[in-house]
Design a protein around this ligand. Structure first.
Ligand code: URP
Ligand code: ZN
Ligand code: ZN
Length: 469
């Protein structure tokens, strides 16, 4: 069964040109010059899809999601089934989620547990990082084995003392282990001990509302942790990937390290580019709870958002992921109605990443190729999945999105597909729309319908970070 997508503009990380895409089975067979003999011949035997006036882009690769994450006494509200289906609606065809190991737990058993949650349920292909919440001799040894099974990145936390937190000694040991096995350390860089002191003091003063979450998680405490992580990575001779970076000061630390030639990489997320502490986290009543996430949304007055867009242009920020971690208002965010410290941390956004970063193309912050580089190509390379994922090229998986660059619409809880009772993006007006999505050659979104099935998505055994080879 072959499919020919013709008439569109094929976008890659290096350009955007008219081309025809021939899909054969699960893979891209060829990218053809329009009107070439081979394209004309292909048209005779293939199902032809007319993409005139539209962009043909590689399926998005979101390397930071948390389906079913246990957090703050509850669980992220998207399952692997609902969350990956929503991702597909938004033009993302690959996720890398986080299996979770906590202190005292066996890494292998935890991985098995997470694999069982995902396998047979995903709408799109998926891989795993491992959250290592308990660095000790046993867990460190397991990391070497995981690398051989395609789990080649490990998330550590300088935040959340008593939950996922690692101290500096544990971090250094994990970095040394990664230096030995080729893995990539992903760091949640916030000084969690200092944050907890400020959070408790604020609560004692009677400051209980969601915005306090943003005030106590000060930019200095993200930048200090980022700096410390970088120094530890230098000592441990390990590459480092800073996750969900939101503060301009933290980006400065990343830029310094990169200018010094270190293998330090960083991602940011759509919420940090489009939302702010003043306009979202400080919404009246309990409304700001929808925007409680860590690192927190930053002040618009201090210009963090503009600095992050700049970082996306300079490549000091190389990846945009979502940190998708949805919690309903009802019974979940509400756990912190009278105490911001008890609001589960996270925003649901796996469905909106491609559109929200495309808004940067619309406003001129970035160009079309950079959109694809940030949302598909670099994440695939960073996490060892390229060129199977992240590019439209002969031999790659046929993960292809047909994108209408001009359609205007408004995001709402009434039209999203994530399993959340609200949308952090409610009322956001968007230019650009995911019309059709192929996942390994199967059309799973078309004509405003989901055509896929739970279990279509396959587990991805990833290679090592390809920026280190
Ligand atoms: O607020 C967030 N980011 N929740 C998910 C857990 C994490 O730290 O990534
Ligand atoms: Zn984190
Ligand atoms: Zn996260």
């Amino acid at each position: 069964m072959t499919t020919l997508i013709k008439g569109g503009t094929v976008v890659s990380s290096t350009g955007a040109d008219p081309a025809e895409v021939l899909i054969d089975g699960e893979q891209i067979a060829a990218v053809l010059q329009p009107g070439s003999d081979i394209a004309v011949a292909a048209e005779q035997s293939a199902e032809v899809i007319d993409a005139t006036g539209r962009l043909v882009v590689p399926g998005g690769v979101d390397v930071h999601t948390h389906m079913e994450l246990p957090f703050g006494g509850t669980y992220a509200s998207d399952t692997f089934e609902t969350g990956t289906r929503a991702a597909a609606w938004g033009g993302t065809t690959t996720i890398v989620d986080f299996a979770v190991q906590r202190y005292g737990e066996n890494v292998r058993e935890c991985l098995d547990e997470w694999m069982a949650k995902a396998e047979g349920n995903c709408a799109i292909d998926f891989g795993f990082h491992m959250i290592v919440g308990g660095v000790d001799n046993d867990s460190l040894k397991e990391l070497d084995l995981l690398v051989n099974e395609g789990i080649t990145s490990f998330k550590l936390f300088m935040a959340y003392p008593g939950v996922f937190y690692s101290d500096d000694g544990q971090i250094l040991r994990a970095m040394q282990q990664a230096a030995g096995n080729g893995g990539l350390i992903m760091m949640h860089a916030e000084n969690g001990l200092a944050i907890d002191v400020l959070a408790d003091q604020a609560f004692e003063r009677g400051e209980t509302s969601p915005v306090t979450h943003g005030y106590v998680r000060r930019p200095e405490l993200e930048s200090e942790a980022t700096h410390r992580a970088i120094q530890l990575a230098k000592v441990g001779a390990a590459p480092l990937y800073i996750v969900h970076l939101s503060a301009a000061e933290a980006l400065e630390q990343v830029a310094l390290a990169r200018n010094a030639g270190m293998n330090v990489f960083a991602e940011t997320c759509p919420q940090y580019l489009h939302f702010s502490l003043e306009d979202h986290l400080d919404r009246p009543g309990f409304g700001g709870a929808a925007y409680v996430c860590s690192t927190p949304l930053r002040s618009r007055e201090d210009g963090h958002q503009d600095t992050l867009w700049k970082g996306l242009r300079t490549n000091d920020l190389a990846v945009v992921s979502t940190d998708h971690c949805p919690f309903c208002m009802k019974e979940q965010k509400e756990l912190g109605l009278n105490d911001f410290r008890a609001i589960p941390n996270g925003i649901g956004g796996v469905e909106h990443r491609m559109d929200m970063i495309y808004q940067g193309v619309v406003t001129g912050e970035i160009g079309l190729p950079r959109w694809i580089e940030l949302c598909a190509t670099t994440p695939a390379r960073m996490m060892g999945m390229y060129p199977r994922k992240g590019i439209i090229a002969a031999g790659s998986d046929a993960d292809v999105v047909i994108y209408d660059p001009n359609k205007q619409w408004t995001i709402s809880v009434d039209n999203h597909h994530m399993n959340i009772d609200h949308s952090a993006y409610e009322g956001v007006e968007v230019t650009g729309h995911v019309d059709t999505v192929f996942s390994r050659g199967r059309k799973i979104i078309d004509d405003n319908q989901y055509l896929g099935r739970a279990g279509d998505g396959q587990y991805l055994r990833r290679g090592l970070c390809q920026y280190l080879q």
